[in-house]
Design a binder for this molecule. Structure first.
Ligand SMILES: [Zn+2]
Length: 358
């Protein structure tokens, strides 16, 4: 009898505690939900400039167009292969008056989704917006020609398309994990013409696999392209700074001062895979890091002792976008890329259809 009473008492007590807890928690949860919805409506979700992911393509492209930063329309987006044309045209054109040497630097921001432009669009001291101010910023695309000469929106095929000027049927890399074939990158072509070139990245697959045939060929045939595998982006940054810096009266060898520089930063791709390609603070920070270290490299170029006699082409681009924590497919978030270049592009069919024959 005594036991039952005790149990009933305890049960009543427990019920009371539950009731009190519910009274406290239900309003807290409700307030939190209302606050979250209100902040989303108020546009707080746009703080990082990234919206994840759009249910349809036109919403995403409308959003990109809304930034007001582009020098072409999305209908006139350039194939990423056009980077090769820009570089080769630069070296094949005559030197402007007063200039003695052609130079190119191609800054690769791996996995920098097109809508991450929003993160820096109002900052003239970001690499992308600074280069745009000297030339233009253009919509571009990765992933090849669907159904015809398609390739994964992934790292190895993306950079190979920009370096060789063709899609996978031309360079042999349709996905990560594949060797490039014998068709030349502009690094090799220009090195054979007597320009020292360099390739610097921390993504292991570039030097361990995709470009292994190119590296071996460079070593065996004494083609002056230097391939550097760095341990991380900071090491890449220091190596590129070493290449581009030239203080007053400093003497550098052609190898120490290459005419053709290509490198990639993994800041955005790395954080995209870990935290998501989208509206989160890590991806946002990755986009800032790429821009500020990139800006510093460009300013170091402008401070070169011999800068006035040099004709520099400065390019920045990305290999692919992303969605969720991945990329590789053909969605608009993965296919849409961009090219910033310090010279204006007059968009003609020659640019829109550029692709080396396969
Ligand atoms: Zn990538």
């Amino acid at each position: 009898m005594e036991e039952t009473k005790k149990t009933t008492k305890e049960q009543t007590k427990a019920k009371k505690v539950v009731k009190i807890l519910l009274k406290i928690f239900i309003p807290i949860v409700a307030i939190a939900v209302i606050l979250a919805i209100a902040l989303q409506i108020a546009g707080f979700g746009a703080f990082y400039g990234l919206y994840e992911p759009k249910s349809n393509s036109s919403k995403y492209t409308d959003e990109l167009e809304g930034y007001g930063v582009w020098d072409n329309t999305i209908e006139n987006q350039l194939p990423q292969t056009v980077v090769h044309k820009l570089v080769m045209d630069h070296f094949n054109s005559p030197l402007p008056k007063g200039k003695k040497v052609k130079k190119v630097i191609f800054l690769g921001f791996d996995g920098y989704r097109a809508d991450a432009i929003a993160n820096i669009k109002d900052d003239p001291q970001s690499a992308i917006m600074y280069v745009k101010s000297l030339g233009g910023l253009y919509h571009a695309y990765a992933g090849g020609i669907p159904g015809k000469n398609e390739q994964h929106t992934s790292t190895a095929p993306g950079w190979a398309s920009m370096l060789t000027g063709g899609w996978s049927l031309f360079h042999g890399i349709s996905n990560n994990g594949q060797y490039k074939n014998g068709n030349e990158t502009f690094l090799t072509t220009l090195a054979k013409q007597g320009h020292n070139a360099s390739f610097t990245a921390s993504w292991r697959e570039h030097t361990a696999l995709s470009y292994r045939p190119d590296i071996v060929q460079s070593i065996k045939n004494n083609i002056p392209v230097e391939y550097n595998h760095e341990i991380d982006d900071m090491a890449t940054y220091y190596q590129v700074l070493k290449y581009v810096s030239k203080s007053k009266g400093q003497e550098k060898t052609a190898k120490e001062d290459p005419d053709v520089i290509f490198f990639t930063f993994e800041f955005t791709d790395h954080n995209g895979h870990l935290y998501g390609f989208g509206n989160n603070k890590n991806y946002y920070q990755g986009s800032l890091d790429a821009n500020y270290y990139g800006y510093d490299i460009i300013k170091t170029i402008e401070a070169r002792d011999t800068y006035e006699q040099e004709d520099w082409l400065i390019l920045i681009s990305t290999d692919h976008g992303g969605t969720g924590h991945v990329h590789g497919n053909q969605t608009i978030m993965e296919r849409s890329t961009w090219i910033a270049v310090n010279k204006k592009i007059d968009i003609t069919d020659e640019y829109l259809n550029y692709g080396q024959a396969s």
